[in-house]
Ligand binder design. Sequence first.
Ligand code: DMJ
Length: 443
Amino acid sequence: MASCEATPPWSARAAAVCEWVRESWQAYHSAAAPRDTLAPIRRTGRDDFGGLRATAHDALDTLRLCRLEAEYAEARALALGTAPSDQFVNVFETTIRVVGGLLGAVALDPDDVALRDKARELGAALLPAFSDDGFVVSDVRMSTGEARQAPWGASSVSEAMLTPEFRALSRLTGDARFARAANAAADRLVALSGNGTRLLPVMWKRHEGLTGNRITLGARGDSYYEYLFKGGCLLGVEHECTAFRRAAAAMRDTLFARLDANATFVDELVDGARQPKMDHLVCFLPGTLAWAAHLGVLDDDYLGLAASVFETCRRMHDTPTGLAAEIAHRRDDGGGLRIAAADRHNLLRPETLESAFWLWKATRDEHYRHASWRIVEAFATHARAPSGGFCSVDDMLATPTTCRDEMPSYWLAETLKYAYMTFADHDVGRRVVLNTEGHFLSN
Ligand code: DMJ
């Protein structure tokens, strides 16, 4: 996989991002490894993903892209030393961060048999979550194979759609069990959606089917749609790609709301009624729509729609700090965005940067690189932990900001990676698949 030479100042900006990658890794490695994540204020580690060394796995392919070879060796050693957890772990988070991180490293170095075998070992320890009827329970104790449903008794549709990672595992290992398990769940979900004609309520119970009253492209729903595109259209699974096309039309017709001539908000539906609420998580969508239109999977019109939804995401960052809130509301007095007091935290999330990358690739409009630079500058200014690393922020409207004692692992996997790839103009092929955590599953 080649990287095009970027012209200044973009190459300098790519280098600045890699320096933040180095700083973030160093802070994690010195104070938190081998725990899952860095608590940057107390300068300690926390096991919030079952002690699977989540940050080490999540950092692998980003460190490689930045050519931080010594740091990559540290992360690789931690990853290879990871044992299946003896706690119940969330199957989705473990798949996207831990298995996804290993697969990302293997995609960039296909000769690394040891990392591939670790991906196989940890992936196999998740298989008890999948059952022959196509249901996926949320939690597994990897060391014993016990599978259980989360206490609320349901999985989300995002948690059950894991086709890109499990198909990659089958392709790399020759073991068909991985793809078979994920395909069964995807087939059931696609069937429940009327082959894409209906957007899905986000919760799924084994014996009751889809439950709950909320349809959202944000929390619990987001990556189901992302994976219809990536697993379906990019991996050539036609019925999933058809479902993606239909779902894109359904979103456009039932959830999109114009803020003005340039910006489109994405509502939620509760009991069929529009709710003018948009999670920052929804900001993965413009990138997905733009790339799908660029590849000819969707009509050209979707490129304009993608740009318009992106503009709403960009405006979420028009704040005193340049940081977005976790959730925005659409004002009903015409036009702008409203932030509720409870939603003012910023969790170093990647989605707007992710979409800027795909829109930059699809359009070559430097607007998207400039928008990305403003966002990472805001992180560098307002989300630095005093004693090293970066931190989520309590209130993105208040300056100076107050650090939360957490540096999420996706900061290294996704947020900084998409920024780097935008500024370096990293050359991804037309059919490259990155999982929902930003890990390369192919190159
Ligand atoms: C990441 O772990 C993944 O992008 C996931 O799909 C959603 N949440 C975070 C980032 O915000």
